[in-house]
Write a protein that binds this ligand. Structure first.
Ligand code: ADP
Length: 493
């Protein structure tokens, strides 16, 4: 799985490298082709130009020789010495020009064959030059018959030079033809090489394209495989989640059923225990009355202990019964409008001896504007009793205050009963869990304070059922403040 993922990641570099390689190859092949072909072209142009110049020089030389001969013939028919000198000047000028042109020709890129022809021609010209000079000397001396005689020789030499030049032109033509055809061959060869290079470049590019394409397809396959594997894994995961969810649902149902069974058991047991306990309490009362009448002090004390233990047990059973009813959803509350202060005073009356027992000082503040409230009086009494009992249980030689007041929350007026103590307090980490059933800060067997851990849980649930809640603020070692919040009017509910 991880391998195919790696291949997929590398893919874009592969494709990019492939296309860059194709681009480089194509550019290189094109530039090589263009450079080679333009080189050949330049060489051809140079060759044509060189041969044209060569031939032009040769033609010029041939023309000069002919014109020079004319100078001699014209001078032969003149008798004015001045004009004869003019012709001589022209003759000499042409001879110089001829030599200059020949030197230029020699400096050009000439073949060995052409070089040889130029040398021959140089020798013949030197010969002709001497003959012509002699003819001019004879004309100057007015020795015309001898001059005419010598001119025949001069004409022969001149013809030889012209012939030599014509031959040179022919050789030049041949050389030009040869070089041009060689250049044409070169051109064809270069074109063939360029074509082969281009074909190779195209083939290499095709090869790279095929490799890239193949790689792309492999990658595509990898992606498809990876997606398939992922899908499969996902399906497996979903199946496992479903399986686990079903297991959990089954377990939850089991737990719910077990809890219901536990609650049913608790309710049944509580009910079963209440009957004999009520009998014990009832008979204890009767026996206490009898013992008091008969002034049996010792028996009276023992019977009071039995009565207190019985009542305590009955309270515990009541709590268990309540929590099991709450958990099974069988607990109903009976809301009614009743005067609140008498109920509070009644609870305080019951609590007073207990405060004294633990040497706690109790103070009570009441907002007299609070008269009737709409709640379940029995449950309200139970809540007050639970919270005051806790304050008293966890405080010794301290102060307990009950403050009943009104509180405005979001335009609604609430009844707030704050029970404050200076007892042992509760640590921050324990405060939330204490509202769950059977939860205590110290649940060890060796704990100092008795109790079932049900008081707060039951009280909160009752408050919630009456549309209110309980707030707890406490600091370990300093004391606690537990506040009952109930809607003051029916409209608040
Ligand atoms: P019980 O008091 O029967 O154990 P409660 O639900 O009333 O059960 O209280 C749960 C726990 O919360 C107590 O065991 C105690 O640890 C803690 N607690 C309750 N009220 C106070 C208080 N006023 N001061 C200190 N601890 C308290």
């Amino acid at each position: 799985m991880s391998q195919s993922v790696t291949t997929i990641h590398k893919q874009p570099y592969w494709v990019l490298s492939g296309f860059i390689a194709i681009l480089v190859i194509m550019l290189t092949a094109t530039s090589i082709s263009l450079t080679s072909l333009s080189g050949i072209n330049q060489r051809l142009e140079h060759l044509v130009k060189k041969h044209n110049v060569k031939l032009q020089y040769m033609e010029t030389m041939r023309g000069l020789i002919r014109e020079r001969m004319l100078n001699v013939l014209v001078a032969l028919n003149l008798d004015d010495s001045f004009k004869i000198e003019e012709e001589w000047e022209e003759f000499s000028e042409r001879a110089r020009e001829f030599i200059l042109t020949r030197e230029k020709l020699y400096k050009l890129d000439v073949t060995p064959e052409e070089k040889e022809r130029i040398e021959i021609q140089r020798r013949v010209l030197a010969q002709g030059q001497t003959v012509m000079s002699q003819v001019f000397d004879l004309i100057r001396e007015n020795n015309y018959p001898q001059a005419k005689n010598d001119i025949v020789n001069a004409l022969k030499v001149n013809d030889a030079i012209i012939e030599e030049l014509t031959l040179m032109i022919k050789v030049g033509h041949d050389v030009s033809k040869k070089e041009l055809s060689q250049a044409a061959d070169n051109y064809l060869e270069t074109r063939r090489n360029v074509f082969i290079l281009d074909v190779i470049a195209v083939l290499v590019c095709l090869l790279i394209a095929v490799v890239v394409f193949r790689n792309l397809r492999v990658n595509q396959q990898n992606i498809t495989n990876a997606v398939g594997a992922l899908k499969q894994a996902n399906e497996k995961l979903e199946a496992r989640v479903l399986e686990r969810t079903q297991d959990l649902l089954a377990l939850r149902d089991e737990a719910v059923n077990a809890n219901k069974a536990k609650s049913r058991f608790l309710a049944n047991m509580s009910h079963e225990l209440r009957t004999p306990l009520n009998a014990i309490i009832g008979y204890s009362d009767i026996l206490i009355e009898d013992a008091e009448d008969k002034n049996m002090v010792e028996e009276c004390e023992d019977l009071h202990k039995i009565l207190a233990a019985g009542k305590h047990l009955l309270d515990l059973i009541d709590d268990i019964l309540d929590i099991s009813r709450i958990e099974t959803g069988n607990l109903d509350i009976e809301l009614e409008t009743f005067s609140f202060k008498p109920l509070v005073l009644e609870v305080i009356d019951v609590m007073h001896p207990l405060f004294d027992q633990r040497n706690n000082h109790f103070s009570f503040e009441y907002d007299e504007s609070i008269t009737n409230i709409y709640a379940d009086p029995r449950r309200t009494r139970q809540i007050l009793f639970n919270l005051l009992s806790n304050a008293n249980k966890f405080t010794e030689h301290g102060q307990i205050t009950l403050n009943v007041k009104q509180q405005l929350i979001e335009d609604k007026t609430w009844l707030r009963c704050e029970i404050q103590d200076t007892g042992i307090g509760i640590g921050q980490e324990d405060q939330n869990k204490l509202f769950q059933a059977f939860m205590q800060v110290d649940a060890s067997a060796t704990r100092k304070y008795g109790g079932t851990g049900l008081g707060l849980a039951i009280s909160l649930r009752f408050c919630q059922m009456m549309g209110g809640t309980i707030e707890l603020q406490s600091e370990l070692g300093k004391g606690s403040c537990v506040a009952i919040l109930l809607p003051l009017n029916i409209e608040n509910k």
